[in-house]
Ligand binder design. Structure first.
Ligand code: ZN
Length: 529
């Protein structure tokens, strides 16, 4: 399907002005003792000059005393002053790193760093695949500003600890000032907007933990279109769409579609993750991104039909990330398939719900046929954003969930998938590793699934199966490159049976030529002898 391909280009990291910034990778030792608790961004945005100016306040806990504090910030922005616990400190800003040092070490415990900075932020040349600011105009000539930074990390426009393992546990405040008449859309709740002379300051606040690349805002001549929603757990959550005034008449229908998507995702993955805040959409000049409770939408209201109803693949995919990326986050970019692959699997579950099992199977077969990458999904540990997206994390990640469903069966698979999306051990403040997912499914199924996870996620191999005819009606079926036995469907003259196949092989009787895995649950190569 087209969208695997399209979406799979998200985050190819090349950004002319911000010079190939990447997020994540090896955690810097000086940042390992920092636990980020909260970010406050206060920025004045000037659409004429295309500049930002203001400060970022970082609240953190230091686990070991240290006389050096390190933050990430792109060198294209200028730091004017830094205060640590209210006291001005010397610093250097080189190679996209701010180094703050003191003669006396800061003790273990709370630290507040305030960084005054500003300048001309980098421009995104191909948002959302490359990050930065977009200074656009809407169809009526009004400023329309968006930003993305999934691949480059939030250091592209504010000082932070740029590593996926550490989200601010107490959320973030965004206090954004723009020319009067423009609207700022951000994550969480709008606390207030205050107008003084010709400027309006918008204060957005989320109390939830949030990925750095979701701590951002969009600016436009927006209108808000709303719809009431009652969640699967009975909570009332406002749906709010920040839509350009010129497209406001299209918003109610998209919200109706978003409600359908939300109901289906809640059925599989549990209640919408940010129930105390909002279900948010925001129209952007780029295609889209999973900005938490403020999903970027730029698919221009173009739909296909699924189950007889209008369907927007982009909205559906980005919104699925509220569970898979924003609520269940990978601890390291190396495990990005958990965000992209399981989210993409959720896209197919929408088809299952709307059109039935055969529609789901058809889409999984299409996805399976496209998998020919010679790069493994997980490419080691401490991988940066650029490297992570080179692997087949979308389609092969989704197909792996399809294989897993077959191996352990629906009664275990679906409740366990929901547990992964709802258990505090795997959500919000607790980002996950592939190992956590494997152990959860192994425990739930009572099977050792590590060999299966290792094979499909850590190698680029396909399952090799040999069929050798040993008599007129006898066939020996063997696994060649997988050490444990696996359940596999085999079609004979008597119909399809689920059989256990291993390296030693099993003999199958059939007067007609047999078929192995005819419905396509495994990525495989079959040799016929
Ligand atoms: Zn995605």
């Amino acid at each position: 399907m087209r969208y695997w391909l399209l979406v799979s280009f998200v985050c190819t990291i090349f950004f002319a002005s911000a010079q190939n910034l990447r997020s994540g990778g090896k955690l810097k030792p000086e940042q390992a003792n920092m636990d980020i608790r909260h970010y406050t961004l206060a920025l004045d945005v000037d659409p004429q000059q295309k500049t930002i100016n203001g400060y970022t306040e970082i609240d953190l806990l230091l686990s070991k005393e240290s006389n050096v504090l390190i933050l990430d910030l792109w060198n294209g922005l200028t730091v004017k002053q830094i205060l640590v616990n209210g006291k001005q400190q010397p610093f250097t800003h080189q190679n996209d790193l701010i180094t703050i040092s003191a003669s006396q070490p800061w003790p273990v415990g709370k630290i507040k760093i305030k960084v005054m900075y500003g300048g001309t932020p980098g421009v995104a040349e191909r948002a959302p695949w490359t990050g930065g600011f977009q200074w656009e105009k809407d169809g009526l000539g009004n400023p329309w500003i968006a930003m993305t930074c999934q691949g480059e990390g939030a250091k592209i426009f504010f000082p932070c600890k740029d590593h996926p393992s550490d989200e601010p546990n107490e959320g973030a405040d965004l206090i954004i000032t723009v020319p009067k008449g423009l609207v700022v859309a951000g994550p969480g709740l709008l606390k207030k907007s205050t107008t003084k002379k010709d400027k309006t300051t918008w204060h957005w606040k989320t109390n939830y933990t949030i990925s750095n690349y979701c701590i951002l805002f969009n600016v436009g001549k927006y209108k808000t279109v709303t719809r009431d929603y009652t969640s699967i757990d009975g909570n009332k959550i406002p749906m709010v769409f920040y839509v350009l005034e010129e497209h406001a008449d299209k918003a109610p229908h998209l919200l109706e579609m978003l409600e359908r998507t939300t109901r289906i995702l809640e059925k599989y993955f549990g209640e919408y993750p940010w129930a105390k805040e909002k279900i948010g959409l925001c129209e952007t000049p780029h295609l889209g991104m999973e900005h938490q409770s403020n999903i970027a939408y730029g698919n221009k209201f173009t739909y296909t039909k699924v189950g007889g109803e209008d369907f927007d693949w982009l909205m559906n995919h980005e919104f699925g990330h509220e569970w898979w990326a924003n609520k269940v986050s990978n601890v390291d970019w190396a495990h990005m398939w958990i965000q992209e692959g399981i989210c993409s699997y959720g896209d197919v579950l929408y088809y299952r719900d709307m059109e039935g099992e055969e529609s789901y199977m058809k889409r999984m077969r299409q996805t399976g046929r496209q998998q020919n990458s010679n790069i493994p999904i997980v490419r080691g540990e401490e991988v940066d954003s650029d490297s992570a997206y080179k692997g087949p994390i979308y389609g092969k990640g989704a197909f792996f969930m399809h294989t897993l469903r077959y191996v352990i069966g629906d009664e275990i698979f679906f409740p366990t998938l929901k547990k992964l999306a709802t258990d505090p051990q795997y959500t919000y403040d607790n980002p996950v590793h592939t190992r956590d997912v494997e152990q959860l499914f192994s425990k739930a199924s009572g099977k050792d699934l590590k060999p299966l996870f290792d094979f499909y996620l850590y190698t680029a191999q396909k399952l090799e199966i040999r069929i050798r005819q040993t008599a007129d009606d006898k066939y020996l079926v063997q696994l060649l490159n997988f050490d444990s036995p696996l359940p596999i469907d085999i079609l004979t003259d008597a119909g399809t049976s689920r059989m256990t196949v291993d390296k030693k092989g099993i003999t199958v009787t059939s007067k007609t030529m047999i078929q192995v895995d005819p419905l396509f649950f495994y990525l495989k190569k079959i040799t016929l002898e």
